[in-house]
Design a protein around this ligand. Structure first.
Ligand SMILES: *[C@@H]1O[C@H](CO)[C@@H](O)[C@H](O)[C@H]1NC(C)=O
Ligand SMILES: *[C@@H]1O[C@H](CO)[C@@H](O)[C@H](O)[C@H]1NC(C)=O
Ligand SMILES: *[C@@H]1O[C@H](CO)[C@@H](O)[C@H](O)[C@H]1NC(C)=O
Ligand SMILES: *[C@@H]1O[C@H](CO)[C@@H](O)[C@H](O)[C@H]1NC(C)=O
Ligand SMILES: *[C@@H]1O[C@H](CO)[C@@H](O)[C@H](O)[C@H]1NC(C)=O
Ligand SMILES: *[C@@H]1O[C@H](CO)[C@@H](O)[C@H](O)[C@H]1NC(C)=O
Ligand SMILES: *[C@@H]1O[C@H](CO)[C@@H](O)[C@H](O)[C@H]1NC(C)=O
Ligand SMILES: *[C@@H]1O[C@H](CO)[C@@H](O)[C@H](O)[C@H]1NC(C)=O
Ligand SMILES: *[C@@H]1O[C@H](CO)[C@@H](O)[C@H](O)[C@H]1NC(C)=O
Ligand SMILES: [Zn+2]
Length: 666
């Protein structure tokens, strides 16, 4: 478990303050020798009784779960996230001791944290959410009505209700509305409308029993709850059946339709819907990108003819499931700080940067990351020049431009001189209540984030001060990611700490782990699902052709001989490890290749061992699925990479980790 008592946190705080006063700079106590420490740590995970050539995962990660048996995280990315969370808890304690300027970013962050910590159970209940967000101004949800048998169904309009809920981020219920970069011009955003999707379990109701229990929780008696649960499940099946029928589609991607055209075609009240969502007037000739319009027409018809109370209940249940997914399980500090991270990422990044990094170290981090990225970029350009895939000159040119235009953002922060004012302005119209009402503030935060996201419709994107308004999952994570449409890699601050990153560590540590993570992300621009976007993130037909080129497509079918649902990930892994390895070991390498004295492992062995850390995880039974996936990923990468077999002297076809037949992309 991760929890510490609050007294303990104060000790830690005093210690840090004391240390700061001595050293005069933000950060951690100096390590004795980062290299010795890092090598000892990774050797501590190694199970020497396993032969590396037989099962590298069991060799490199064999003792990970033993070492971390008492921790709440299950892998290295969880470990660094945990460190970020613990730091932020210290910061919250510090903020509580200070007098904060009302309305300042610090004040809002602390209010959000304290609301999570101190709110009563009742303000977290589904019922509270539903009371705060009725279907419209005139009626409550059918289950929350005051008089037993009267619910004024005539006043219920499903599109109006969906619009009101869309403002809090709920989408993919009956239809899906998103604001996304225009497929053909990524420098502006467009409204896109599509049918609903049901593949993921979050995209549909749970089973009838759980649906019934949710209805009971909202306050319905059990007899009625059963009947109603069956009815809403039936409604969802009807929607799903309709969606899964075959329709004749008019366009390869989407049609551009005005609101008026869409209304005529489908019979829905789209203009009113969009006006509620955007909170302003929208002209009838406003153009939308519509997919599956024939299906939408059928859906509108179906829902209009269905029992209104059932439709209202269905929408309500989906909303309850959505807010539940967006809520942490408890009011412990560690959970509440994650709550703050996911709801207020930009503010959290700023405060983290100021308190735990500092401007001098930030510049150094940025320079280090940028240098690593530039070298990876040059290495990839070299591969394009060599053209082992025998691509056409026009295709190579497209990929070269894409590589040259790719950028990197450290910390997911806007690149402006005065970040403090920028962030303050960003949150200026977020007003949180002080009365520790969890649902109330949570709804305000969800609405705030959705509003900021929708505002991207109004302005052309400014690439200079771009930062990503993240969803909850991304906001809580410290793992780098690549944005296809922006052609940008985001590197969260959390990753820039031990054991992943240490400025003074030997180069082999930097390139093998962080370098691999970056090269994996970089390669996401150059995998099957990435080629179709050009250097600006616009759809490009050339990209589609590359996937068909014979060398590339035979590489892909080789990879997929062991079938995977995550082909893009596998491509990024296999190309990423080669890119990171080559940038370090190639004859032209800019890195330090001197055999260090702090270990007897060769640099090549150390490279693979440190890289493997990324895939190590706990074997707790409930993590099994994840653990297996990581183990498989590492194995797939290494068995296809001859340099690995060479580094360990594995015997071709005799050892598990060295089959003769290998797949290669770049
Ligand atoms: C190390 O590997 C050996 C051989 O596979 C195994 O018996 C042992 O349990 C492993 N040790 C740990 C700590 O997992
Ligand atoms: C985990 O906790 C148990 C019980 O407190 C302790 O005996 C054990 O040494 C701990 N394990 C590690 C790796 O710290
Ligand atoms: C893309 O959108 C921007 C912003 O609206 C506009 O200035 C630009 O001309 C558009 N580019 C193309 C190629 O349409
Ligand atoms: C981005 O790509 C365009 C088109 O190929 C190219 O003209 C431009 O120089 C590139 N920008 C950078 C910074 O390399
Ligand atoms: C983009 O933002 C930067 C920094 O805020 C600003 O200096 C620049 O003028 C902006 N560019 C555009 C085109 O708005
Ligand atoms: C590795 O090679 C095997 C064939 O030896 C193939 O089945 C598998 O898909 C390849 N994996 C990767 C990631 O290249
Ligand atoms: C192929 O994939 C399956 C899981 O889908 C796995 O059990 C098996 O070990 C893989 N084979 C290789 C050679 O990696
Ligand atoms: C390169 O690594 C070696 C071995 O750790 C070290 O002694 C040397 O100082 C490093 N050289 C540079 C330029 O950092
Ligand atoms: C390297 O190997 C030698 C001989 O086996 C041993 O004495 C020494 O302690 C080892 N050094 C390290 C850093 O592991
Ligand atoms: Zn990936």
């Amino acid at each position: 478990m991760s929890t510490r008592t609050s007294t303990c946190r104060i000790c830690e705080l005093l210690f840090i303050l004391l240390w700061l006063s001595v050293s005069g700079q933000a950060g951690y106590p100096p390590a004795s020798n980062p290299n010795t420490q890092l090598v000892n740590q990774i050797l501590g995970y190694v199970n020497e009784s396993v032969a590396a050539c037989n099962d590298y995962y069991k060799y490199a990660c064999g003792k990970w779960s033993e070492k971390h048996e008492n921790d709440s995280f299950s892998e290295i990315t969880g470990l660094i996230d945990h460190k970020v969370n613990e730091n932020l808890i210290v910061l919250m304690d510090e903020l509580q001791q200070r007098t904060l300027e009302p309305g300042s970013v610090e004040d809002k962050v602390l209010t959000s944290y304290q609301t999570c910590r101190q709110a009563s159970e009742s303000t977290r209940s589904s019922r509270t959410y539903l009371e705060l967000v009725p279907p419209n101004e005139q009626i409550p949800w059918p289950q929350l009505k005051l008089r037993p048998d009267h619910w004024s169904s005539i006043k219920f309009q499903w599109m109006e209700t969906l619009a009101r809920l869309r403002r809090y981020g709920l989408t993919n219920v009956i239809f899906k509305l998103e604001v996304l970069p225009d497929l053909k011009n990524s420098s502006k955003y467009a409204v896109s409308i599509d049918r609903p999707y049901f593949e993921h379990k979050d995209q549909r109701l749970r089973g009838t029993l759980l649906t019934m229990l949710t209805l009971r929780m909202v306050g319905i008696n059990s007899k009625k709850a059963w009947a109603l649960a069956r009815k809403v499940k039936l409604f969802e099946s009807a929607v799903r059946e309709l969606v899964e029928m075959e329709y004749e589609e008019k366009s390869e991607f989407y049609e551009e339709l005005s609101l008026q055209q869409l209304e005529v075609q489908t019979g829905g009240q789209w203009r009113k819907y969009l006006e509620i969502v955007l909170g302003r007037n929208v002209p009838a000739d406003y153009v939308l990108q519509v997919e599956n319009s024939a299906c939408l027409t059928a859906l509108v018809h179906l829902v209009n003819g269905w029992n209104r109370e059932v439709v209202a209940t269905y929408i309500m249940l989906r909303f309850v499931a959505y807010v539940h997914k967006e809520t942490m399980e408890s009011d412990e500090p560690i959970e509440c700080i994650q709550d703050v991270r996911r709801n207020m990422e930009l503010a959290t990044n700023l405060l983290y940067e100021q308190r735990f990094i500092g401007s001098e170290k930030l510049r150094q981090h940025q320079a280090d990351i940028l240098e690593l990225f530039q070298l990876l970029r040059q290495q990839f350009l070299k591969k394009l020049d060599a053209n082992s895939l025998q691509l056409l000159a026009s295709e190579l040119e497209m990929l070269r431009a894409k590589m040259l235009n790719m950028t990197i953002n450290v910390g997911n922060m806007p690149n402006t001189a005065d970040r403090t004012s920028f962030v303050k302005r960003f949150y200026a119209d977020l007003h949180l209540a002080e009365d520790r009402n969890y649902a109330l503030n949570h709804l305000r935060l969800l609405e705030f984030r959705t509003r900021r996201w929708f505002e991207q419709l109004d302005g052309a994107l400014n690439a200079t001060n771009f930062f990503f308004i993240s969803d909850s999952e991304t906001g809580m994570s410290s793992t780098p990611y690549y944005l296809l449409r922006q052609n940008i890699i985001i590197v969260p601050y959390g990753i820039l700490q031990e054991p992943i990153f240490h400025h003074d560590a030997h180069d082999v540590f930097k390139v093998s782990l962080l370098g691999f993570m970056l090269s994996h992300e970089l390669m996401h621009g150059f995998v099957s699902g990435g080629f179709i976007f050009d250097f600006r993130g616009n759809y490009n037909k050339l990209g589609k052709r590359i996937i068909m080129e014979s060398e590339y497509s035979s590489g892909i079918s080789c990879l997929n001989r062991n079938e995977t649902d995550y082909l893009d990930e596998r491509e990024a892994d296999i190309a990423g490890i080669r890119l990171a390895y080559d940038v370090y070991f190639d004859p032209g390498s800019k890195f330090n290749l001197t055999q260090p004295s702090f270990t007897n492992l060769s640099l090549k062995q150390l490279f693979f061992l440190n890289l493997a850390q990324f895939f190590c995880g706990n074997t707790a039974p409930n993590d099994f699925a994840d653990h297996d996936a990581d183990e498989l990923r590492l194995k797939q990468m290494l068995i296809n990479f001859s340099a690995f077999a060479e580094a360990h002297g594995c015997r071709e076809d005799l050892d598990n980790m060295h089959p003769a037949q290998k797949c290669r992309l770049w």
